[in-house]
Design a binder for this molecule. Structure first.
Ligand code: ATP
Length: 243
């Protein structure tokens, strides 16, 4: 059972990359069993933040606690699933061969292979070599790896990028189904229309969080219905100009 303490808790997180500060003191919590969207323009620091959550990013200072443990702790290895933006599956193996390999690395049960193939709707491509998959199938294969071992937290870096609207909708339905089972999902995107599908939003810009709340809360705060317009309103507000 998941407790009601935050699935992710970040306090004053600062990260530098290439000698430049890219995250400037982020503080937020992610409630368990929710779908949280991490949205913001390209280069604002989404990937860097997700890397810090899964423990592969050197941080300058601050605290990142994941499922009650410091980010990157060995105990989190099987409890956190991470799908990178660029697919991390082997091009010369089939989908099923990739999944069997990653399942053995993660010590996930072999039966997980069929389960995750079903969950991402990749039955038709199961025995296909990854190099021959379509872009949408490749994204699903990458996501399937992150689902191995039934993690409590899924960290997904732009999982819907380049997908057609039908596939995007199907993936968001999958995310919702996982959250209904108690999984926490942190999903980055730079497509604002995806924000409407989340329980909570973290809006980022230039290494800072502009807003942290529900889509309705954001609409109420800005007085704007469309979330893209609400985001622009917040940018204008924080830049000191009237929107
Ligand atoms: N390996 C690196 N070395 C130096 N700087 C980097 C490196 N990777 C990213 N950066 C810089 O860190 C900042 C944040 O990048 P990051 O990839 O986290 O942004 P993002 O919001 O995920 O962008 P996108 O949506 O395009 O993936 C950017 O200014 C980027 O140029």
């Amino acid at each position: 059972m998941m407790s009601s303490s935050p699935a992710v808790s970040v306090r004053d997180l600062r990260v530098a990359r290439g000698g430049r500060d890219v995250l400037h003191g982020l503080t937020f919590d992610v409630p368990p069993g929710s779908v949280v969207g991490l949205l913001g323009p390209s280069g604002c620091g989404k990937t860097t933040l997700l890397r810090a959550l899964v423990g592969v990013q050197i941080v300058r200072s601050g605290e990142v606690t994941v499922l009650g443990e410091p980010a990157g702790s060995p105990g989190l290895r099987r409890r956190v699933g991470y799908a990178t933006q660029r697919p991390a599956v082997y091009a010369d193996l089939t989908v099923a061969e990739n999944l069997r390999y990653f399942a053995s690395v993660l010590r996930a049960p072999r039966s997980d292979v069929d389960r995750v193939v079903r969950e991402v709707g990749l039955e038709a491509g199961r025995d296909q070599v990854v190099a021959t998959l379509s872009g949408g199938q490749l994204g699903r294969a990458n996501l399937a790896v992150a689902l191995l071992g039934s993690p409590d937290l899924l960290v997904l870096d732009e999982p819907t990028v380049g997908l057609d609207p039908v596939l995007r909708q199907e993936l968001w339905e999958l995310f919702r189904g996982l959250a209904d089972r108690g999984v926490t999902l942190l999903v980055s995107s730079h497509v604002m229309d995806e924000a409407t599908r989340t329980d909570r939003l973290l809006l980022m810009r230039e290494g800072r969080i502009l807003a942290d709340g529900t889509p309705d809360g954001l609409r109420a705060r800005t007085g704007v219905d469309d979330l893209e317009a609400a985001f622009l309103h917040l940018i204008a507000e924080t830049s000191g100009s009237a929107a």
